[in-house]
Design a protein around this ligand. Structure first.
Ligand SMILES: Cc1cc2nc3c(=O)[nH]c(=O)nc-3n(C[C@H](O)[C@H](O)[C@H](O)COP(=O)(O)OP(=O)(O)OC[C@H]3O[C@@H](n4cnc5c(N)ncnc54)[C@H](O)[C@@H]3O)c2cc1C
Length: 395
């Protein structure tokens, strides 16, 4: 049974599906399906194609170059792109700093920074976490000291996704040390090419380089690149974290993984018996399928309600917990079905055309290893459980 959509919503889904069928390069979709490590051009090229079709910033208000999509349209857009095999849509410009700039920024900032997000020519990264400030973000220590019409920034950020490709970072800095920690934070837009910015790679468990440490030594940032008032950055930081939350369960991506598992089960055999017919595989597949359907309905109900009022934080936390746990279970099963063959892994292998699509083990292993982190980023699952507990116990 399908979640009820209006005729307009069905038409919208069809339109995005058609766009992907026409414009998503098949080689790129193959790389995504095979779990090949994508490069900067893969991500940016696809974002520019979406921009060209007027779809990249569809959720933005019309007055700022968007189409004023409803939350449900954003959900359907994400689902169709994922099912078509598109790369991850980098959220840093489109979903994070863009809405911050048109909500809190000056007219000059709107004119200067939004065009590069709308046409995907500026690559942004997110400088929130620090070595001693992750879940407890308000304890961040990177300092920005005023010097005339500049701030001088010193400190370090960590786990900065794709900072090595970024042109700019939106960054939380400490501009006051007294009072509540939240009250001394400002929101700066930093040029990644400025003197004193050093980006150091962090290679993650699956052997690839997406993450970085970013060090600031006497980096001069114009005061004109502060968004909002000095020491008022915490409210902006929280506004930004609230964006995209509704898509947190990544249903389209989960459906795509399940589809890949079904293909593997059809293809693989054990002792002459196709795995698709093996009781253990069918049971596990049915369980994961049921979890995905339940999550999809819960996500869609939450998104539908978001058209009327912002969803309760606990509802979004539940989506994050269930979505990330399901992603780990799916990627684990995709890896398991490959048996010992799954152990051969080369993180930097490109597309291996000789390997049957249904059993591209490299992708299954990469996805399995990568998915260990999904219960950490975007607010760890322990922290999400605290949010749910607080709302239930009203403490
Ligand atoms: C793949 C990946 C990409 C990331 N990309 C970015 C990025 O681009 N930009 C950026 O700024 N950050 C990024 N992060 C950082 C991410 O936001 C932090 O990892 C996350 O906030 C957790 O912080 P931490 O790693 O410092 O862990 P900690 O906060 O030190 O937590 C360690 C453990 O303690 C638990 N814990 C902490 N506090 C509590 C509590 N109050 N109650 C119960 N348990 C608790 C946590 O759940 C966790 O298990 C990324 C992280 C990952 C893994």
């Amino acid at each position: 049974m399908r979640f009820p959509l209006t005729a307009e919503e069905e038409a919208f889904s069809r339109q995005v599906r058609q766009f992907c069928a026409d414009r998503l390069p098949s080689r790129l979709a193959e790389k995504v399906a095979a779990g090949v490590d994508l490069d900067r051009d893969d991500y940016v090229g696809w974002q520019q194609t979406l921009a060209d079709g007027g779809l990249l910033c569809g959720a933005w208000p019309r007055g700022h170059g968007g189409k004023g999509w409803t939350p449900l349209q954003s959900y359907l857009f994400d689902e169709e792109c994922s099912l078509a095999g598109a790369p991850w849509l980098l959220p840093f410009g489109v979903n994070y700093v863009g809405p911050v700039i048109f909500t809190f920024g000056s007219e000059e900032q709107v004119a200067r920074y939004l065009p590069g997000i709308l046409d995907a020519t500026t690559f942004w990264c997110q400088g929130y976490s620090e070595p001693e400030a992750g879940s407890d973000l308000a304890s961040l220590k990177t300092r920005a000291v005023r010097d005339g019409d500049h701030y001088v920034v010193n400190g370090a950020k960590i786990w900065t996704t794709m900072a090595h490709w970024a042109d700019r970072m939106f960054c939380l800095v400490r501009t006051a040390a007294d009072g509540k920690p939240q009250a001394g934070i400002s929101f700066l837009l930093i040029d990644m090419k400025a003197p004193g910015v050093t980006v150091r790679p962090i290679v993650s468990m699956e052997g690839r380089h997406h993450l970085n440490e970013v060090v600031f030594e006497e980096v001069r940032v114009p005061v004109a690149d502060r968004v909002g008032e000095e020491n008022a950055g915490w409210a902006i930081a929280k506004f930004l974290l609230g964006n995209e939350r509704l898509l947190v369960a990544e249903i389209g991506k989960q459906k795509r993984t399940l589809r890949l598992i079904r293909q593997s089960l059809e293809f693989l055999a054990d002792g002459g018996v196709r795995l698709a017919g093996a009781a253990w595989a069918r049971e596990r597949l049915a369980e994961l399928d049921a979890r995905l359907i339940a999550l999809e309905w819960t996500a869609l109900r939450t998104v539908r309600m978001a058209e009327i009022a912002a969803p309760a934080p606990a509802a979004v936390s539940m989506l994050k917990i269930r979505g990330s746990e399901l992603e780990q279970a799916l990627t684990e099963f995709a890896f398991e079905v490959l048996g010992p063959a799954g152990l051969r892994y080369d993180p930097l292998l490109g597309l291996d055309d000789a390997e049957p699509v249904a059993v591209r083990r490299n992708g299954a292993v990469a996805r399995y290893l990568w998915a260990r982190c999904v219960t950490i980023y975007g607010g760890s699952n322990e922290v999400q459980r605290n949010i749910i507990a607080r709302s239930l116990l009203a403490v």
